[in-house]
Ligand binder design. Structure first.
Ligand code: HEC
Length: 112
């Protein structure tokens, strides 16, 4: 009886832990989607680039975040992206990276 109770407590805790981790990722993604409104002007809502604008959907999350941080610290030279990245904190960059990484491959290569 005692063992049953502690087993179900452990099971409950595990479910809660998993749920809280995935909720956090979803919250990040939703925030990223909200922030992405600004990026869509140039990178398109799908994140697929066009004339002179690179695609930003097919980058791994860490490369995406790295690129924005390099614009922010002006390691990368583009003034437009330096200006945009200069206004983003680490939390915003992580949220944007998570959102763009989540865009379905089906939207890649297709204009919005
Ligand atoms: C005014 C147009 C414009 C807007 C708005 C804009 N970008 Fe860009 N972005 C560019 C251009 C142009 C480049 C290519 C710059 C270069 O040559 O380094 C670029 C490059 C990038 C890259 C690097 C891609 C690579 O392959 O290295 C990332 C990542 C990126 N943008 C993310 C974003 C995000 C996220 C936002 C919104 C917060 C955003 N951009 C808003 C024009 C824009």
């Amino acid at each position: 009886m005692r063992a049953d109770i502690s087993r179900s407590i452990y099971a409950g805790l595990t479910v809660m832990l998993v749920a809280s981790i995935s909720t956090e990722a979803n919250a990040d993604r939703a925030y990223g989607e909200y922030l992405a409104g600004e990026c869509a002007t140039c990178h398109n809502p799908s994140g697929v680039g066009s004339e002179g604008i690179p695609s930003i959907v097919n980058l791994p999350e860490d490369r995406f975040a790295q690129a924005l941080k390099e614009y922010r610290t002006k390691v990368r030279p583009n003034p437009v992206m330096q200006n945009i990245a200069g206004r983003l904190g680490d939390k915003e960059i992580a949220a944007l990276a998570s959102y763009y990484a989540s865009l379905a491959p089906a939207t890649q290569g297709r204009k919005p």
